[in-house]
Design a protein around this ligand. Structure first.
Ligand code: ATP
Ligand code: MG
Length: 314
């Protein structure tokens, strides 16, 4: 039976302000991070897989949620979506609990997988009462029923602003926006922020925007830096550090069913996700990069992680 919004009662684990306070006090609390951008191909799925693996490496208990009917996250972590009997689709429709569907992955995090059924499920959800809250309710039940709940839940949103992404944002304590730093990449950011504002007003007041994560970043071009500066000036969003350098290694990883941390773990891209995970756990995303004092021998310029992370791919 789908539950309707009034029967849910006070929600635990979902206020971002409370999350920050509890993290500061050292109390165990689940961070729920929605990775969202309706623009396609900006590395949402790659970020969920890589950041999730990096958080697991730090000893965190991590759950990844595939909310995309394309099921790319599910496939890229070694599961065959077509062979799954149950998926997040069944969970969203209230047929089964999330704990019955979650599977371990070789990279460390658990996964709530998706199948193509989710495309039809999106339509079915639209007619349901409280449709925006389906994922949030499922995760709340999961956390409430577990004696050792997850430290981090990362949600891979589809490239749209439909009911699935709204479910991801409504369940989240924070949203992270991957952004490819190229011409016109700011287009759509305003629309995404309008949706985020609606979610904050209507379904999830405590959610905060963690910031923009530059992906497929080529710090050698002034253009990439200009795009980032423009985004900051235009929308006042924090830009997370380090940016994730462009690398062919990312495209190779999904075919192995593992994240880039396993398939090319010492490359700058993998190291950047590790650093991001470390800063996320330390609550120090805005801190200046540690390598800021490195000086380019030829130009005399000081180099940031932004510059370092795209240099010298093995
Ligand atoms: N840092 C990177 N450097 C080079 N290629 C990358 C990088 N990150 C991701 N990619 C590649 O870019 C493509 C798109 O990445 P990904 O699937 O993660 O994007 P997405 O935002 O989830 O896409 P969609 O909107 O379709 O869900 C993939 O082929 C992926 O391997
Ligand atoms: Mg994706």
């Amino acid at each position: 039976m789908p539950r309707d919004r009034e029967t849910w009662g006070p929600v635990r684990n979902f206020s971002a302000t409370a999350t920050a306070e509890l993290l500061a006090s050292g109390t165990a609390v689940t961070r729920i991070l929605a990775i969202a951008n309706q623009k396609g191909g900006v590395a949402k799925t790659t970020t969920v897989a890589s950041l999730g693996a990096a958080l697991a490496e730090l000893g965190r208990r991590v759950l990844l949620v595939d909310l995309d009917p394309q099921a790319c996250l599910t496939f890229s972590l070694g599961l065959e979506p077509d062979s799954l009997a149950m998926s997040v689709h069944d969970v969203l429709l209230g047929r089964v609990s999330a704990s019955m569907v979650i599977q371990p992955t070789a990279d460390g995090p658990d996964l709530l997988p998706a199948t193509i059924d989710l495309a039809g499920g999106e339509m079915q959800l639209l007619t349901r009462t409280g449709r925006e809250y389906a994922l949030r309710a499922a995760l709340e039940d999961l956390l409430a029923g577990s004696s050792s709940p997850y430290d981090d839940i990362l949600i891979d949103c589809p490239p749209s602003l439909g009911v699935l992404t709204i479910n991801g944002l409504t369940a989240a304590t924070e949203v992270l926006v991957p952004l490819q730093c190229e011409t016109l990449s700011h287009r759509g950011v305003g629309q995404l922020l309008d949706t985020v504002a609606d979610v904050k007003r209507l379904t999830n007041r405590g959610m905060t925007v963690l910031g923009v994560l530059p992906t497929l970043y080529d710090g050698r071009t002034t253009h990439a830096r200009e795009v980032l500066a423009d985004i900051t000036a235009r929308y006042g969003l924090p830009v997370l550090d380090p940016p994730i350098a462009k690398s062919v290694r990312f495209a190779e990883a999904p075919a192995c069913g593992r994240s880039v941390l396993t398939t090319a773990g010492r490359t700058p891209g993998a190291m950047a996700y590790r650093e991001l995970a470390r800063r996320l756990v330390a609550g120090a995303l805005a801190a200046p990069p540690a390598e800021i004092d490195v000086v380019d021998q030829r130009s005399g310029d000081r180099l940031s992680v932004a510059a370092l992370s795209q240099v010298g791919e093995p």
